[in-house]
Design a protein around this ligand. Structure first.
Ligand code: BTN
Length: 287
């Protein structure tokens, strides 16, 4: 109980986030909710799909008890420290369009974080947000029945103890920006302002050039990487992405495209984590 009354001045607040959004973005959302605790913001919105309520909802949580990353990894989600947010969106596109969308969202996110003062950001395919070879955040897109859930995790002030569960180099806003860390409400609003226009334009003009935009942030380009996927392990030199969002690798002199997989530079390690659960409360804000 006392923890709720502690000195953390940076609590998430749905009404504050709402007021920080432009009118156009507010009109794109039906509902913003902030939970004290959830299993996973993605899981919460996926459950909403079943009741037909997922689309255009933005959901954030102060902590996640089963935060998840790509490839079944756990996403370290301690209370009050970082951003765990998910947006539900109805998508009138084939599932095969999602890898491309996922990369475009990563680019929009990196552009938005640059406006918050984070320089030298990079993206590691498909959508790890990197700063000086350390992971700052990630995006997990899941979906069902024509609705997708875009989950975004950003390390803002990662505490020491849960951070010990992360088994790959990581960073957070506090390390990068030192004293000038914006409020989590503000970061969340800037992220949403960046990704909703990308979602809108994706459906209008699905030919927006991806390859060159990706190159601006690509931390793998020209590097020798290892790709693990359901079809096995590949070693090759990364050559960026194609317009479908597939990773291009040069393997034995031939260029090959891969739609999915976990890629790392040689000798780099993956991220893994876990965290204990607590009770949930929520606060809501609706259009
Ligand atoms: C990754 O890089 O592996 C993707 C991480 C995505 C984490 C976010 S946190 C909010 C949302 N809810 C989850 O359980 N996962 C995503």
């Amino acid at each position: 109980m006392f923890r709720r009354l502690n000195s953390n001045p940076d609590l998430l607040d749905a009404s504050i986030i709402w007021r920080m959004l432009s009118g156009e973005i507010q009109r794109s959302l039906s509902h913003v909710c902030v939970f004290d605790e959830l299993d996973s913001t993605n899981a919460y919105l996926l459950r909403k799909i079943v009741s037909g309520e997922c689309a255009r909802q933005l959901c954030l949580a102060e902590m996640q008890t089963s935060g998840r990353g790509r490839y079944g990894k756990t996403w370290v989600s301690p209370r009050g420290a970082n951003l765990y947010m998910s947006l539900g969106w109805r998508l009138n596109e084939a599932p095969s369009a999602i890898p491309r969308l996922s990369l475009l969202l990563g680019i929009a996110l990196a552009d938005a974080l640059a406006t918050l003062g984070i320089k030298h950001l990079g993206l590691k395919w498909p959508n790890d947000i990197m700063w000086q070879a350390r992971k700052l955040g990630g995006v997990l897109i899941e979906g069902a029945d024509g609705c997708i859930v875009i989950g975004i995790g950003l390390n803002v002030r990662m505490p020491q103890i849960p951070a010990e569960k992360i088994d790959q180099p990581w960073t957070d806003f506090a390390t990068i920006l030192q004293r000038d860390v914006p409020s989590r409400n503000w970061i969340a609003a800037r992220v949403i302002e960046a990704i909703i226009p990308t979602l809108n334009s994706f459906e209008r003009e699905s030919t927006e050039p991806l390859r060159a935009a990706w190159r601006r942030y690509d931390v793998l380009y020209g590097r020798v990487v290892v790709l693990e996927s359901s079809s096995g392990i590949q070693h090759g030199t990364a050559l960026g992405v194609d317009e479908r969002g597939r990773l291009l690798l040069q393997i034995n002199g031939q260029e090959r495209a891969f739609a999915s997989g976990d890629v790392r530079l040689k000798r780099e390690q993956g991220i893994r984590l876990s965290f204990k659960s607590e009770d949930a409360t929520d606060n809501d804000y609706s259009a």
